[in-house]
Design a protein around this ligand. Structure first.
Ligand code: NAD
Length: 351
């Protein structure tokens, strides 16, 4: 019997300093290619989403999965979860493949870790994809029956983070009458806009998908603007909820906001961006503290926790962020550096 018929994955280990395990997998039967990186299992099994992206090269895919896996160690530690950090990427053009077969292959790859890595949706994947992967592995969550869609929880956590940032900045977390710019009206941005409307805020929204921006503007009584205009909007809070890397030397000088607090991962283009934001007197809410609601909901499901405990953990993002702001003041660092230091304290304390 050939390898193909037996569906034996062609897995290969890549040694990377500072990482517990990095494996690539190729499934000859489907053409599937993926990488799973486990950065740390110090606090517990590694959890992290599966990203599907048409990477320019395998080196780009490897760099991305390594950066994201390490980020998950920090995010999970800071969120107080008993889980380590890992991440998966699937490499390919999503339009040119048998999606169900690829996600079953991915499920087999995840299963080969025997629970040391547990995954869910991320950029380019959906709860429906995870449901397909679950035909092959127990170690996947984030869809109906296994924790549900994480996005509404992420939005709720971001709201708590925005409230904590308002308190830090203005001494009150009341958002009535405050104006918030929302970049990206997707799963999180749309849900966040609805929550902000309930909290009495006014919104200026944008999306590269004009129909989404229009729908969000209609439902949230917001003003929709073109994607490039969002950086110049005069607001109290700017909430990036689309792509990473958008806080850079071109955009930071344009911002007219007191606070940056949103859901997008890796908002800072580089370390210099954190310094530039601080130099402008803008309070930056570190993204991985703020957007932990999704992983907290997945983690709560894996731990078998009650919905009351889950609510408590999400609400806790408020206090975690205030603790990070305190640490930044004590250590005289940027809030971004303080967030990393906060997570490192937790990782060290567990030794
Ligand atoms: P999504 O794909 O549902 O929404 C993203 C939206 O941003 C889309 O509507 C897209 O059209 C829009 N967009 C893309 N580029 C844009 C641009 N240049 N200007 C304006 N709009 C643009 O994704 P999501 O699940 O809502 O996640 C949003 C962000 O939050 C991502 O960075 C994601 O990594 C991060 N995040 C999401 C979760 C979650 O639970 N979904 C958890 C943690 C972090």
């Amino acid at each position: 019997m050939t390898q193909q018929n037996m569906n034996i994955p062609a897995a290969e280990t890549i040694e990377v300093e500072g990482y517990e395990k990095v494996l690539t997998m190729r499934d000859p039967a489907t053409g599937y290619r993926g990488i799973i990186a486990i950065h740390s299992t110090k606090l517990g099994p590694a959890i992290g989403g599966t990203r599907f992206w048409n990477y320019q090269s395998d080196d780009d895919a490897l760099a991305d999965v390594l950066r994201l896996a390490r980020g998950m160690t920090y995010k999970n530690a800071a969120a107080g979860l008993p889980f380590g950090g890992g991440k998966a990427v699937i490499i390919g053009n999503a339009r040119q493949l048998d999606r169900a077969a690829w996600f079953r292959a991915h499920g087999r790859f995840v299963e080969s870790f025997q629970g040391r890595f547990i995954t869910g949706e991320d950029v380019g994947t959906s709860p429906a994809d995870m449901e397909i992967a679950a035909q092959e592995t127990r170690f996947v969550a984030g869809f109906a029956g296994r924790g549900g869609d994480p996005s509404p929880w992420t939005a709720r956590g971001v709201l708590r983070g925005i409230q904590a940032s308002a308190r830090q900045r203005w001494g009150s977390d009341d958002l009535r009458g405050r104006t918030v710019a929302i970049q990206g009206c997707g799963n999180v941005g749309f849900a966040l806009s609805l929550l902000l409307k309930e909290a009495g805020a006014r919104m200026i929204v944008t999306d590269v998908d004009a129909a989404r921006a229009a729908a969000c503007a209609r439902d949230c009584e917001a003003v929709a603007v073109a994607p490039e205009e969002i950086y110049d909007a005069a607001v109290d809070i700017f909430a990036p909820c689309a792509l990473g890397g958008i806080l850079n030397e071109q955009t930071i000088p344009r911002l007219q906001t007191a606070i940056i607090a949103g859901a997008a991962n890796n908002q800072l283009h580089d370390e210099a961006a954190a310094q530039a934001i601080e130099a402008r007197g803008i309070l930056y809410a570190p993204d991985f503290i703020l957007n932990a609601g999704g992983i907290i909901s997945g983690g709560a499901y894996l731990l078998g926790e009650s919905s009351a405990r889950l609510e408590q953990r999400i609400a806790g993002i408020y206090d975690t962020l205030l603790a990070v702001y305190d640490l930044a003041a004590q250590e005289k660092t940027t809030t971004a550096a303080a967030a990393e230091a906060y997570a490192e304290q937790i990782l060290r304390a567990d030794q």
